[in-house]
Each structure stands twice: as C-alpha cells, then as structure tokens.
Design a protein around this ligand. Structure first.
Ligand SMILES: *Cc1c(COP(=O)(O)O)cnc(C)c1O
Length: 433
C-alpha cells in the first residue's frame, strides 16, 4: 500500500461526521423564549432586573448546582468573563498577572484591560498546564494573580498552584474554557480556583453560539462580576456600593434565548463527555501501538475533558519529523463535515507561544506609546523574548500534535480509520525520509 502523500489510495475519503449538539430541545427552548417577546431582561440600573431575566437566572442556578459552586454568573463569552474576573479581584494598573503562553489569546489579554502586565510562566511537559515551579519563580512584588488554564481539558495542578498562591497572597483565576466536566478529585474544573470561567462558544464542548459563565464561591467576587457585567458605574450609587475599584462596567450580558439553549446544553454535557472520553480511550489504545506516539497523560486523581486529543510525537524514535509525519497522516484522511475548509483536523502544536505575538514583541496594547508595558505605567521587567519558556517552544516546534477526530458523533469505524491512517504512515515512515 502506497502512502497517499505519494499518490497511493488514502485510508479515508468521505468526510467525518460533524460535531452536532443542537437538537429539538434547543429549538423548543428558543421558541418558548421568542413567544414571550422578551429576549433580554436586564436593566443597567439598580432594579430587580439588574440580574437579568428568568432564563438567565434559571441557567445560572442550574450551572451552579451542576458544578458545585456557590455562584454562576452568565456572560456573553469566556473572554468577557476573564476580563470581569481580572477586574473583580481588584487588579491595579502596573501589577503583574502570571499566565501560561500556551492558551487562547484572551487568557493573556485579560490583564491588559486593567492596565496589568502578563508575565509568562512555562508549562508542564507532560500535562501541558502552567508549571507550579515556573509560577513561583515568576512571582515579583508586583504579582497580583495567577491565571491557570485547564489546557486541552486537563485540570491544572490545583493543589500545587493554589498552594503557591496562598503562600504569596495571590489570587488564582481558572480558565476552564476547554474543560467543562473535567474533575480534580471531588471538584469540577472551573471550581478549583478563587474564580473560574467557562466558554459557551460554538467550538467548545457545549455552546450557545457565543457565551460564557463565571463561577465562584466568594460572595464579594460574584457581586463584582455581576456589576462589571452590567454597567457597574451606573449602578453603584443606588446599590450603595462604596468600593469603586474597577467599577467601570461593560455589557457582558447573555441573552434569554442563549440562556435557554444553555440550560438544554448543560443537560447534555455528561453524556457528551462520556462519549468523548470513550473515543479518546479507544484511540489512545490504538495509537499507543506506535512507539513514537505518547497519548495524553491524565493527571493523577483527575478526569480529563479532552477538548482536543493532545499527544506527544517522538521524532527520535520515528526518524522523521512530526510535521512530515502529520502531513502524511492528513493525506490519508478527510475533513470533518461543516468544517471542510479547515482541512483534516490534526494540528502540529497548538497556538504560537503567545509572547511571540506582535502585541508582546512590540509591547503595544492600547495607544501607541507602550501602555501598559512601559514606564511610567509599569516599573517591572516582564520579558517576551524567544526562549523564555523552553518547554512550550519545544512542544510547539517539535513534540506536540493535537487532533479533534475523537469528538462525539465519530463512530467506531470512523475512529478505526483514524487509527489506521496513523498505523499506515508509521509502517511506511522510512519512505518519508
Ligand atoms: C475558547 C477559549 C477562550 C475564549 O472563549 P470565548 O467564549 O470564545 O471568549 C478562552 N480561553 C481558552 C483556553 C479557550 O479555549
């Protein structure tokens, strides 16, 4: 059998099934809301409707109960939720927030919104979340908080990172966008830190098109997030809020139809996650037969949500580069329905380490004069040079690949095709040299 990349017949030519989670329940829920004529009930002043309408409030209660947190606050994206969280913890301009470089961009831009500067700490080579030792080494007198990301669905090392935070009097914000339903002992991802944020974006496990939820057990933080969500500055006087720190509010409100969809989606999360985990277990077993591939490690005592299936590729064992190998695997497979333009959903690495983005390289965020990275706004020494996080750079350049060909909707036959493509390329790897 000739490799498809060399003109042979590919393992698979028909598209893989789409990941489709919207069904009759969501249609009925949206119709129910549309029939009321009230698509959003918020008032941006101190009034009973300051907290939103019936669907938003029911959604928040159900979310809090499901994830075992005291407060769940619906917002219009995880990005908005991260911004609100950074404001709620009282971040001051000129302070630093420690963030991982391997995450969606919003994790690292959230500090900037409040004039704080992101300081990048490297990640774990095996679990891929922020490394507690790197976090501790990055702490300075200016550090306010740590942003921990449950990357790829793996819960961050909450025991170690939270202990570092406690020791130094720092807050922890958890970005759980990729990990709804992941667990750490008895607790859920999103509820492992002072404040956690989930995403309900279309590409996530469950979604409302766009949306997010902020979770916390802390009454004061919860109320600040609610204020920031809904025009805080216009509300504080009548509400009797005297602490004006970071009380410039935004409009981060989720609509009633979205909240109604969210309630349906939440009920589907458990079964969807079980299917995803079963698919990953099947693929991990097949891929483990290839000595150059290391399937994802699940942190001790944790349940992984597998936003993507993130594996290591050992170039030294394969005798061929990751990029070349994956090109050959992609040639054997087909795109996923509804996402045809993206090609085959196998990626070499994840995002470029964020400190290498122009924003950080040029130190230009707001305006043209270097705010907030430059004096007089910032007196610290945050660096963004290539090389500051060697683990992430190596993973990105050589060792890591991720794929999404394990999402619910994939049948056993579909998964077997994926495994077969890898096996075929492995067998013929000498032809790739
Ligand atoms: C998707 C994602 C976000 C942003 O979510 P939105 O709801 O699209 O704003 C933030 N952080 C991580 C880690 C993500 O994967």
């Amino acid at each position: 059998m000739k490799l498809a990349i060399h003109g042979g017949a590919p393992v698979r030519t028909s598209p893989f099934p789409a990941y489709e989670v919207i069904g009759e329940e969501e249609k009925a829920a949206v119709a129910r809301v549309l029939d009321t004529g009230v698509l959003s009930r918020y008032l941006g002043c101190w009034h009973d409707d300051f907290y939103g309408g019936p669907e938003v409030r029911a959604f928040e209660e159900e979310w809090a109960a499901y994830f075992g947190v005291k407060h769940a606050i619906a917002v219009n994206s995880c990005t908005s939720g991260l911004y609100a969280a950074v404001g709620a913890i009282g971040t001051e301009p000129g302070e630093e927030i420690i963030v991982p470089p391997y995450t969606m961009a919003a994790t690292a831009t959230a500090p900037l919104v409040y004039g704080a500067v992101p300081v990048f700490a490297d990640i774990e080579p095996d679990c891929f979340c922020i490394d507690p030792a790197a976090v501790e080494a990055a702490i300075t007198p200016r550090t306010r908080a740590i942003m921990a990301v449950d990357l790829f669905g793996q819960p961050y090392d909450a025991d170690a990172v939270n202990a570092v935070a406690r020791k130094h009097g720092l807050r922890v914000i958890e970005d759980a966008a990729q990990a709804p339903g992941a667990t750490h002992g008895k607790r859920h991802a999103g509820g492992l830190a002072d404040i956690g944020v989930y995403s309900l974006n279309y590409h996530k496990h469950i979604h409302t098109g766009e949306g997010g939820v902020v979770a916390t057990d802390d009454d004061a933080l919860a109320e600040k997030v609610r204020l920031i969500r809904n025009h805080a500055e216009a509300v504080v006087e009548d509400k009797g809020v005297t602490d004006l720190v970071n009380m410039v509010g935004f409009n981060y409100r989720l609509t009633e139809p979205q909240a109604a969809i969210g309630r349906c989606q939440l009920r589907k999360l458990g079964p969807l996650l079980e299917r995803r985990q079963a698919n990953c277990a099947f693929l991990a077993e097949r891929l483990a037969a290839i000595p150059a591939i290391v399937p994802p490690l699940v942190r001790q005592g944790c349940g992984h949500a597998f936003y993507v299936h993130a594996c290591l590729f050992r170039e030294d064992v394969a005798g061929v580069s990751r990029d070349r190998f994956m090109d050959a695997v992609r040639a054997e497979l087909a795109p996923t329905a509804l996402r045809e333009t993206e090609g085959v959903n196998i990626g070499c690495g994840y995002v470029k380490p964020l400190y290498l983005q122009p924003l950080f390289q040029k130190r230009i965020a707001f305006g043209s004069r270097g705010y907030p990275f430059a004096k007089p706004w910032y007196e610290g020494e945050a660096r963004y040079d290539k090389g500051i996080c060697p683990v992430v750079e190596r993973l990105h350049e050589r060792d890591l690949f991720t794929h999404e060909l394990m999402r619910p909707g994939m049948t056993r036959d579909d998964l077997a095709d994926v495994a077969e493509a890898f096996a075929k390329v492995w067998e013929h790897r000498s032809e790739l040299a």
